[in-house]
Write a protein that binds this ligand. Structure first.
Ligand code: ADP
Ligand code: MG
Ligand code: MG
Length: 962
């Protein structure tokens, strides 16, 4: 069957729906959905994302038949609206808007007022009786078409406009120099002049007159939208956001409505709930007498919705209705764009709103309480970056005095959190500085899509103009990056690379601190701390814990980290590395070094005895912090050369400190040198050679455990032997461990339970897991080493080439860095096999993971599915692992559910009839004007034609309704 390239939407006929986001893009599917539920949407049509894909696949040529379909739909649109495209007296004007399946704020340019030319601008003026408005629309169109479709520098137009405002408008109004001339101050005659000037700019740059043929304008704009898909800024955005597998943008052609018709018109952007706090209040900006981009670009500072309500209560009430209907329909917070034309509301866009991490939790939890969604859905909506964001830094409130003294200026609090860093005024520089490891704050008058890379690299963003829905705010919010906008008292001078407030000047490189939660800017770097998570976080994480089937432990080496992790929900320690303890203080370091250079057993034992009390104290601290939760302690793991000094100076110092000849130390260090330390003398190979190290460590663990137990603290030590490759090897070490441990326990006449297990981190161990499980009481998959060894890629050297393997544009061998997200196919197969073989020997074998992967969402889901008992990760990733574990359970449930769902749906089929009634009820409450007119009653030609379109394509909704 022939592919359909164009989908129509209007109050009488809509072919798309919200389910068709991939094909129609976010904007197109949102418009279709709104039109289909009876909201006031200007009619139009969407050219699919597939066309974009084909366009690039065919070397920038459109698929055959597209032009015809566009023509047909244009004809339909003319019928629907009752105006003709290109008509000189009453022209149909349209916007041409891009829209990819995923929201990419500002990535693709929109062209408004298309269809105007020298003749029809007069027609529009006559028809509306508002010549100023017609000219305003025309000058915007020439500029947008010239810059977006034809690549003329926008600044050239802006500059001409500024000159006009200064030389003509200011003089006419006799305004003092320091007062800004607004766009709205410019009168008809001046606009007339501006239009001529703009056309001259067009001709100067392009070498041709501004196109008068609307069809040429239309296709020029469509080309531009598809062209922008591959523009550098769009490609950068997809790279930064790691958006893969999106094949193109759609193009929406839509009848224009006008917010620039005077004081009873305007345009706005709003959210159905507060996107920062998540509170259930209506939130947004409105700009009187303006066209869409004015709000988003932050050209003028808009008014709040509350002021809009006062200024135009009737329009506001329509908007409130829409808010309610949209939330009911989408069951999520929506971000909407609207325009009021002479007191009539029109919806121009809706999409799921970006929100701060705190708002994500608040909205999800509130919507469960409001019975809009179920708990499962609430859990699925939280992203791992929401959890990270909950722990955003804030300015340590103890610095009241500093804050008072260093206060610089206040702006609009666009994205909460705090950040400090050195000021830079351009995005490229921000990127370069950040790459050098500098913390920077990007300061701009306003941001644009070109700045996205630098915005991402900066700690925080500060702009002088714009509201909470400006480009800077929207993009920063998506990343949870601290952002302040609309800081009107801030004077930025790009040329001098400085900014000032009154006579305080801040230069490039000076440090400032932003408080994105209040909008305040401070001089210098204030101390930042981590805040208490909000109530909704605890609430939702409670549901998470009830849902998940797997435990979450932490990797922690100190009592401090252990306590932190418990606070974040850790249920034990899955990996306590003992070697860092050797470096903690000078005495410890000397003791371990003395042990390493000693050439007799007695010498080593004497040095180890010095370490014993330190290790014991450390373990006691950790047991105390974990208070009854299991603690897995790994015996010494790194190769010994990591512990000794490598420069002559340091070696001489060591010689002096421990009273050993320098030569001997140098010789020993040389001896320890390994060609390939990763595969050298490390892990349990060390304790096979030097069992006295094992003796000391086990003694420290068990004595600490006994002492804690005597003091009434419950302890569950799990002694873990690293890097095992063979059952016999493990057996030797296990027996020795038990000998030492049991002797102490017996001697102290105590009852103490402990376990001895192993890490599975060498492929051979996974292959022979059935044998190893005869000895080991538990397995812990060390997937860092297991990944290195399975892939034969050293993690420490992979930085040089692995990025190419992941980069789609280069080799694109792996979808993800296997050291970040577990390679489920390869390494994962060894893990599965290891578990299966291990449990064949010991059905209740306890299994966990302790590599970096234990805190990465997708890997955690994998661990759940292969039947691990727990995952272990660094303390701050613990909540992320908890969430991923719950999501795995829910996703599996949903996977299993479809069969059930279908059955249910069949049974419920007769009830479906009632759906239209329900919709009608909603509609009844709305002003009559926005009610759907009954199409069949006055079936236009267009509608009849539509009826001929194969049923399926018309809309799945139709079948739902009948
Ligand atoms: P973006 O992808 O940047 O959000 P849009 O396509 O939404 O760009 O266009 C930006 C603004 O242009 C909209 O918010 C809206 O105010 C205005 N706009 C777009 N189409 C129309 C239209 N048909 N009538 C009136 N205004 C429009
Ligand atoms: Mg835009
Ligand atoms: Mg928009």
């Amino acid at each position: 069957m022939k592919k359909k390239f164009v989908y129509f939407f209007s109050k009488t006929l809509t072919e798309g729906s919200k389910e068709m986001k991939n094909l129609l893009g976010g904007k197109g599917s949102g418009l279709a959905e709104m039109a289909s539920i009876g909201l006031p949407v200007p009619a139009g049509f969407t050219i699919t994302t597939e066309v974009c894909d084909l366009y690039y696949k065919n070397g920038r040529h459109y698929p055959a038949g597209l032009e015809k379909e566009v023509d047909e739909n244009m004809r339909r649109l003319e019928k629907e609206v009752g105006k003709k495209f290109g008509d000189a007296d009453d022209p149909l004007l349209v916007s041409v808007r891009s829209g990819a399946p995923l929201s990419m704020p500002g990535m693709m340019e929109t062209i408004l007022n298309l269809g105007l030319n020298d003749r029809s601008v007069a027609g529009l003026a006559a028809k509306t009786g508002n010549r100023r408005f017609a000219l305003d629309a025309y000058r915007r169109f020439i500029m947008m078409y010239g810059s977006t479709a034809k690549g003329i520098d926008r600044e050239e137009f802006n500059h001409a406009f500024e000159i006009l405002k200064i030389q003509r408008t200011r003089r006419r109004l006799d305004l003092p120099v320091q007062v800004k001339v607004n766009d709205t101050d410019v009168n008809e005659a001046e606009l007339e002049e501006l239009v001529s000037e703009f056309k001259a700019i067009f001709k100067r740059n392009i070498g041709k007159d501004f196109p008068q043929d609307p069809r040429e304008q239309l296709w020029g704009s469509v080309d531009a939208v598809f062209g922008s898909w591959m523009a550098e800024k769009a490609v950068t955005y997809r790279r930064v956001e790691k958006l893969k597998g999106v094949t193109g943008t759609a193009v929406n052609v839509q009848q224009m409505v006008f917010g620039n018709m005077g004081s009873k018109s305007g345009t706005g952007v709003c959210f159905t709930r507060d996107p920062n706090s998540g509170e259930n209040v209506f939130y947004g900006d409105y700009l009187v007498n303006a066209q869409g981009e004015d709000v988003v670009a932050g050209i003028r500072t808009p008014i709040k919705l509350s002021e809009f309500e006062k200024a135009d209560p009737a329009s506001y009430r329509q908007l409130v209705d829409v808010r309610r209907i949209l939330e009911k329909n989408f069951k999520d917070m929506q971000d909407m764009e609207f325009t009021v034309e002479e007191g009539r509301l029109y919806m121009l866009q809706c999409r799921t709103g970006k929100r701060s991490p705190a708002a994500s939790f608040r909205i999800a939890v509130d919507m469960v309480a409001e019975k809009l969604i179920r708990r499962e859905e609430a859990i699925l909506r939280i992203k791992d970056k929401d959890i990270e964001g909950i722990f955003y830094p804030v300015i340590d409130p103890a610095q009241k005095e500093e804050m008072r003294k260093n206060f610089l200026v206040s702006g609009i609090d666009a994205v909460p959190g705090a950040a400090s860093g050195r000021v830079v005024f351009n995005a490229k520089e921000a990127e370069a500085e950040a790459a050098r490891g500098e913390k920077v704050i990007l300061v701009r008058k306003e941001t644009s899509p070109e700045d996205v890379g630098g915005m991402h690299a900066a700690q925080g963003i500060l702009t002088a103009t714009g509201g909470k829905t400006s480009h800077a705010a929207v993009v920063a919010r998506g990343w949870g990056k601290c952002c302040i906008v609309g800081c009107e008292n801030l004077n930025i001078n790009y040329d001098k690379e400085e900014m000032s407030v009154g006579d305080v000047v801040v230069r490039k490189g000076d440090e400032i601190t932003l408080n994105g939660s209040t909008g305040q800017v401070f001089l210098g770097s204030l101390r930042l701390i981590k805040p208490e998570p909000p109530a909704s976080f605890k609430n939702l994480m409670g549901w998470v814990d009830q849902t998940r089937a797997i435990k979450v432990r932490t990797n922690a080496d100190t009592p401090y980290d252990a306590a932190k992790a418990v606070e974040l929900g850790a249920e034990g320690i899955g990996l306590c590395r003992t070697e860092h303890m050797f470096f903690d203080t000078e005495e410890r370091r000397l003791a371990i070094q003395e042990m390493i250079v000693a050439d007799t057993l007695e010498g080593r034992i004497s040095a180890l005895n010095k370490l014993l009390p330190y290790q014991k104290e450390d373990f006691k601290g950790i047991f105390k912090a974990m208070d009854g939760l299991p603690v897995t302690i790994r015996l010494i793991d790194p190769p010994l050369h990591e512990f000794v000094p490598h420069t002559e100076e340091k070696q001489r110092k060591l010689a002096e400190d421990i009273g050993v000849p320098y030569e001997k130390i140098r010789y020993r260090v040389e001896q320890l040198h390994e060609a390939n330390p990763m595969l050298g003398h490390r892990g349990c190979r060390l304790t096979i050679t030097y069992p006295e190290i094992l003796d000391m460590q086990v003694r420290a663990i068990i004595e600490a455990a006994c002492e804690c137990a005597s003091a009434g603290i419950k302890v569950l030590p799990e002694i873990m032997i690293p890097l095992t490759i063979d059952k016999k090897e493990l057996q030797i070490l296990e027996m020795r461990t038990r000998q030492v441990a049991d002797a102490i326990i017996q001697q102290r006449n105590m009852k103490l339970k402990y376990m001895v297990g192993t890490m599975i981190e060498v492929p051979r161990a996974a292959l022979l897991a059935d044998q190893i499980a005869e000895v080991a009481e538990f397995f812990s998959f060390g997937t860092n080493d297991l990944t290195q060894m399975t892939m034969g890629i050293s993690r420490d050297d992979a930085g040089k080439f692995l990025p190419d393997y992941v980069d789609e544009k280069k080799a694109g061998v792996f979808a993800e860095d296997p050291f970040q997200s577990l390679d489920q196919a390869g390494v994962g197969m060894l893990v599965r096999m290891g578990i299966e073989k291990g449990r064949r020997t010991k059905p209740d074998l306890k299994v966990g993971i302790c590599g970096e992967h234990g805190g990465e969402a997708k890997s955690v889901e994998f661990c759940c599915r292969v039947g691990m008992n727990y995952v272990s990760c660094s303390p701050f990733r613990v909540p992320i692992a908890r969430l991923a574990a719950a999501q795995a359970v829910i996703k599996d449930r949903l996977q299993a559910a479809p069969a059930k769902k279908i059955k249910k749906a069949k049974k419920a089929a007769p009830r479906k009839r009632q759906k239209p009634a329900k919709k009608a009820r909603i509609l009844k409450k709305k002003p009559a004007r926005i009610q759907r007119k009954k199409a069949p009653a006055r079936k236009s030609k267009a509608a009849k034609k539509a009826a001929r379109i194969p049923r399926k394509t018309i809309r799945a909704r139709k079948t739902k309704r009948k």
